[in-house]
Design a protein around this ligand. Structure first.
Ligand code: 3PG
Length: 305
């Protein structure tokens, strides 16, 4: 059996070794496609494989049509908005993610961005501290929980809103659960986004919601760029000189944001929340084990389609 690791943004080398070990022990052949620059390279590489490990790589209907032998795709990570689930199901392909495996890495970056904002992007001027400030965690999943755990160490006052997590599950962590996104944004100076990109959430972080935030608001995005209403964010930041936006997912209007809001806007050059050796190891090896367990034992735990 052949497995492809298709990562436009490669895993750390030690994670690739770990993944290869898992497959080789099970007698599977591993193909590696890293840093590819055209879709054709991907279409070519998927032709004869039964399984694929990906990160944010786009797996659409065309890829499924080209992958005639494919039985499983595992997204080594949390969000699977990059995979066309309908096309997968049509082609009888199982899609899985590896929930929780990279969430500490993303949460650490979220806190790092908060410190960066509080210290005025390290420009040498006098900043502020996170201690005692209100942090709103928008969606309390694996990353949100880790953000709460770390933010507690900073002495922040922590709130969360999640439409799907029971209040008790949030409050047992010493986090105050609020009843709506509006209430969260009204309450918190810092907001950390952890919602997935779905039809319901796309562009949902808009002018009206963000304008509810108190003075000296800081919005941290380590989730997805699609959830932001970009035009309305520009309008808001033009109207509110006190508002900062720091993101790990470069928006389409990055150049405009940089030019207009030099001291209040920051974006990483490439999404790097999960870009640590530990996260790559955890998510990559979990993905490899899930593939082996599916191909050999038919285990479909973590299936998302
Ligand atoms: C995820 O959904 O797991 C994160 O956004 C990480 O994505 P990446 O694997 O492309 O870094």
């Amino acid at each position: 059996m052949k497995v492809l690791i298709a990562t436009e943004k490669p895993f750390a080398a030690e994670a690739v070794t770990g993944i290869k070990n898992v497959f080789e022990k099970s007698g599977m052949e591993v193909l590696l496609l890293e840093k590819y620059t055209s879709k054709n390279e991907l279409l070519d590489a998927v032709k004869e494989v039964q399984a694929i490990i990906i990160r944010s790589d786009i797996i659409d209907a065309e890829v499924f049509s080209a992958a005639k032998e494919l039985r499983i795709v595992v997204r080594a990570g949390a969000g699977y908005d990059n995979v066309d689930l309908e096309a997968a199901t049509k082609h009888n392909v199982v899609v899985m993610n590896t929930p929780g495996q990279n969430s500490n890495a993303v949460a650490e970056l979220a806190l790092g961005l908060m410190v960066y904002a509080a210290r005025n992007m390290y420009d040498g001027t006098s900043g502020t501290e996170l201690k005692g400030k209100k942090l709103g965690i928008h969606a309390y999943g694996n990353v949100g929980r880790n953000v709460a755990r770390i933010a507690k160490g900073f002495g922040m006052d922590i709130y969360a809103y999640d439409a799907f997590t029971p209040v008790e599950a949030i409050e047992k962590d010493g986090v105050k659960a609020l009843n709506s996104a509006e209430e969260l944004y009204e309450t918190c100076q810092y907001i950390s986004l952890h919602i997935p990109a779905t039809e319901e959430t796309k562009k949902s972080i808009n002018f009206n919601l963000l304008n509810k935030m108190p003075r000296k608001a800081v919005l941290i995005n380590t989730a997805r760029k699609e959830v932001i209403h970009e035009e309305e964010l520009v309008k808001l930041m033009e109207e509110r000189q006190d508002f900062k936006y720091l993101t790990d997912i470069m928006p389409k209007n990055d150049a405009e944001m940089k030019e207009k809001f030099a001291k209040r806007y920051f974006s990483t050059p490439k999404k790097m929340g999960a870009q640590t050796a530990e996260a790559n190891n955890n998510a990559g090896i979990a993905a490899a084990n899930q593939i082996v367990d599916f191909l050999i034992n038919g285990n479909t735990k973590f299936k998302v389609n």
